[in-house]
Design a protein. Structure first.
Length: 226
């Protein structure tokens, strides 16, 4: 069955009132640092029933500067940065080794909100990375034990065999080490909060980190045109 993609795109609506509530956002009430506002918006997305609010786009670039993007899961956000994990030999792992800088993008359409984060990325120590992995589900450990992420796969049968063996090991040894598993932290230099508006007067508030040399980060807040 043929699909008229352009006609389908024109038929779609953004922020259907039946599905989306666009809350007001007064940037004058925003906190001095972005992390408390992110936590507030994340909790609001969860309360509003947003599907998988902890998933995010992760943008990296390779050694030649060519961009790449994929969806990953947020593992945490605190004073040390926004964290995610992967194998160090995966495509994203190799790209971060070559260019340790990345951008994150969250989209919560149920509230018409986006959050964008940019900054340098560093790898956590091995023991912390392993602790992150072993705090997750058996399925997450099995997937990590399967390994070979981003490598060419000869066949789905080979994947099935490797996955079956990994699940058996994960169930038998919940503390099985996966040396390549790495917890990455993005230390934000910019964080932008976007609140959609039905009249297209979207509110955009950007935080920029000021390097003062002290332990406590200093942030500049500024509004952006939609």
């Amino acid at each position: 069955m043929d699909c008229d993609l352009h006609a389908l795109l024109r038929s779609l609506r953004v922020w259907d009132p039946a599905l989306t509530a666009l809350p007001p956002f007064d940037p004058a009430t925003a906190p001095a640092a972005p992390l408390p506002l992110f936590a507030e918006w994340f909790a609001a997305a969860v309360s509003a029933g947003q599907t998988e609010p902890h998933t995010m786009s992760l943008a990296t670039s390779d050694a030649s500067g060519l961009p790449d993007v994929r969806i990953v899961m947020l593992h945490g956000a605190d004073a040390d940065g926004w964290s995610f994990a992967s194998h160090d030999g995966s495509r994203k792992g190799r790209q971060l080794a070559a260019r340790p800088y990345a951008a994150l993008g969250f989209y919560w359409p149920v509230l018409g909100r986006q959050v964008r984060v940019r900054g340098p990325v560093s790898a956590a120590p091995s023991e912390e990375s392993q602790g992150d992995l072993h705090a997750r589900s058996t399925g997450a450990l099995a997937a990590a034990l399967t390994g070979h992420q981003s490598e060419v796969l000869p066949s789905l049968d080979e994947l099935a065999r490797a996955s079956r063996s990994a699940w058996e090991r994960a169930a038998a040894d919940p503390a099985a080490p996966v040396p390549s598993w790495t917890l990455y932290r993005l230390r934000p230099r910019e964080v932008e909060f976007f609140q959609g508006d039905e009249r297209r007067r979207h509110v955009r508030l950007r935080y920029r980190r000021e390097d003062t040399g002290g332990q406590q980060a200093s942030w500049t807040r500024e509004l952006l045109w939609p």
